[in-house]
Design a protein around this ligand. Sequence first.
Ligand code: LMR
Length: 344
Amino acid sequence: MKRNILFSYGWLLLAVLIFLSACQVDDSYPIDYEQLSEDERLVIRFSHVVGEDTPKGMAARKFAELVKERSDGYIEVQVFSNGTLYKDSEELEALMRGDIQMIAPATSKLTHLVPEMSVFDLPYAFRTLDEVHTYIQSNVGKELATKLETHNLYSLGIWDSGFKQLSNNVRPIHTFGDLEGLNMRIMPSDVLHKQFEIAGANSRRTDFNTVFTELKKGSIDGQENTLSNISSKNLYALQDYLTISNHGYLGYLVLFNHELWKDLSPDVQEILVSALQEVQQWEWDLVNELNMKKLEEIEQCECVHIYTLSEEEQRAWEKAFEPVYKYYRIRHPVRFIQALPKFS
Ligand code: LMR
């Protein structure tokens, strides 16, 4: 009897050991986080206001794919494009509140928080995108990004949209003087306002998603933007004249809610940073080509007169815009301007 009991216990012990080792084998399998509910995954909501076929739209999607792949589906970046979740005037507040976790606003839209950031809006401050990247990696560039931290914003990099061009319905713009009297839409930045003011033009700060309607209503005559933005919102279809002026830079800081960022584990931070670094380089490499492609598409519609400023004309415009630099200089520490490639 005693032997029987011992024998049964032996079998029981063996069964438990087999069960435990099977559990161990299971544990070593990669976890398929996609089977988990949204509550069990880490969801990052990324809101932006442009179309999918723009540098920012494409970069946001690629970032979401990379992060999903590298975290085995544990981190899900949900991208909301075209302002479907928040308009550009709302997304920053939403990020600071923590209602969303990530945005990539134009630097111009951060100038009410960090006014020195308007250095990026100075006309002809940069001749190439590489110059912008060098500036952002310099001490003053880092200083600008760090200033955002007091507003609960953490910058993880910069994505380009490219250089801005001018479109309008009133007249072809060849010279600086041709801007006089025009009603132009701008992003919210005092430097952009000044840029048009010194040219004798009026400017209106409106959300990106209202530009098409405002042009259609005739409440503005024109606007400035990159070719991918002009094309993806069909703005050119409402405009008679387009001037390839390359007069200003448009780019984005890729921002996280800072509190949320600090709460993430080092592993998660590492996945996000490495994916962002890869996407940033990929985005930088595609921007010029994409904008050129958009120009060809616009040319093909034969619906808008296109004029390209020569190198000499651009230099004349740059000179005419000098009072904007003076405006910046008397308001902000000189080091932000001095570090621009054209002065350093
Ligand atoms: C604009 O408002 O024109 C741009 O900032 C839109 C964008 O995000 O590129």
